[in-house]
Ligand binder design. Structure first.
Ligand SMILES: Cc1cc2nc3c(=O)[nH]c(=O)nc-3n(C[C@H](O)[C@H](O)[C@H](O)COP(=O)(O)OP(=O)(O)OC[C@H]3O[C@@H](n4cnc5c(N)ncnc54)[C@H](O)[C@@H]3O)c2cc1C
Length: 333
């Protein structure tokens, strides 16, 4: 197989990989994204529960909404607003009146939009990487091989570290220990389809205090689930950690009991999703990590930033900025 000298492989089709891919492709690089997930977008995640012919719940069950503080990210968001890809959900979602944005149809639709002109291989888990004759080869679980001149890895840092270890790629010890210091909060998310509309007041977002529930979103009031009273419940990191290995039915029963006065309706269907890495607790301290040996390898994602976001709703911004800066590094290399 001949390798384009301008080719870049990206492991991870979350927002940081997608942003990097768009920048590189627009500058003439041949870009290939590999993602282990069934859908594009990573933690920009949306799922449907079909209950009956008339009832389908649509759930954003990863990121709920994002805020903007950086002018560079604002430029991207302004373009997405112009194109109708994102919309302002409300400016009443946080403690101060700040715009909280969501995908127009759902949060996954932002990932789908960013992926529309890219070569993306879904359900393609990278299990090893190697560098030989100036070319990176990524081997996948299904036995495929993808090759590229440069490689960007955007999974959560512990997953990238495992991949590097399994590939016998050694890192300078100071960098390795810095990467090992990156940690994330776990989050158990419960997708609950209700019989009646929830009691959560408009705009459909609540952050209880003194509860195992960190936040609840009413996807119906959020306007992404017209045919189903779909509610997403995010459990606190403490509850998620202590209930990680507990049976789903037990978790759901506890949380539905605790959330009953916000739900205000019987649950007719539900699913439980465990996010081992929901958002960073401790970060790497720089916008990306670039390694030049054995070949150009860049690590990026939401944990690559100077300090942990003061507010979880600025985490997506960190991932975007990391993707932008990683792409520019590769372009200027
Ligand atoms: C429950 C929850 C609530 C959140 N709430 C908010 C919020 O309100 N506001 C906000 O701004 N942010 C929020 N976030 C955080 C935000 O979603 C993330 O910061 C952002 O989406 C991370 O993007 P990323 O590209 O860095 O990583 P990801 O989206 O995780 O992308 C990494 C990708 O790598 C893929 N991958 C991993 N390993 C492999 C492999 N071996 N081979 C191939 N592919 C692989 C994964 O499938 C994934 O798609 C939330 C996240 C969660 C989970």
């Amino acid at each position: 197989m001949s390798i384009s000298v301008q080719s870049c492989l990206i492991i991870g089709g979350g927002i940081s990989g997608l942003i990097a891919a768009n920048i590189l492709q627009n500058k003439g690089k041949k870009v290939t994204i590999l993602d282990k997930g069934r859908g594009i977008g990573g933690r920009l995640a949306t799922r449907r529960i079909h209950h009956s012919e008339k009832i389908t719940g649509v759930f954003d069950y990863g990121m709920q909404f994002f805020a903007v503080s950086d002018p560079l990210f604002q430029q991207w968001v302004d373009q997405w607003l112009l194109e109708g890809i994102v919309t302002e959900w409300s400016n009443q979602l946080m403690d101060t009146p700040t715009s909280g944005y969501r995908g127009q149809d759902s949060n996954r639709s932002l990932g789908q939009y960013l992926a529309k002109d890219l070569e993306v291989h879904l359900q393609t888990r990278a299990i090893a990487i190697k560098h030989h004759n100036s070319v990176w080869t990524v081997e996948t679980e299904k036995g495929q091989q993808f090759q590229g001149e440069s490689l960007i890895m955007t999974p959560p840092v512990p997953q990238s570290l495992t991949l590097l270890e399994n590939s016998s790629i050694s890192l300078p010890s100071s960098i390795k220990s810095k990467l090992e210091g990156v940690t994330y909060y776990p989050c158990i998310s419960i997708l609950a389809l209700l019989e009646q509309v929830s009691f959560i007041a408009s705009p459909g977002w609540l952050r209880p205090s003194h509860s195992s529930v960190a936040a609840i979103a009413c996807n119906h009031k959020k306007d992404i689930s017209p045919q189903g009273f779909a509610v997403t419940i995010h459990c606190t990191p403490e509850f998620s950690h202590s209930h990680w290995d507990i049976d789903e039915a037990v978790i759901a029963e506890k949380i539905f009991h605790e959330a009953s006065h916000w739900l205000g309706s019987p649950v007719i269907d539900y699913q439980v999703h465990r996010w081992r890495y929901s958002h960073p607790k401790t970060v790497y301290g720089e916008a990306f990590l670039a390694l030049e040996k054995p070949g150009l390898l860049v690590l990026a994602g939401d944990a690559f930033c100077e300090r942990t976001a003061s507010n979880v709703h600025l985490t997506l911004e960190k991932a975007v900025l990391s993707g932008i800066k990683a792409a520019h590094y590769v372009l200027n290399y």
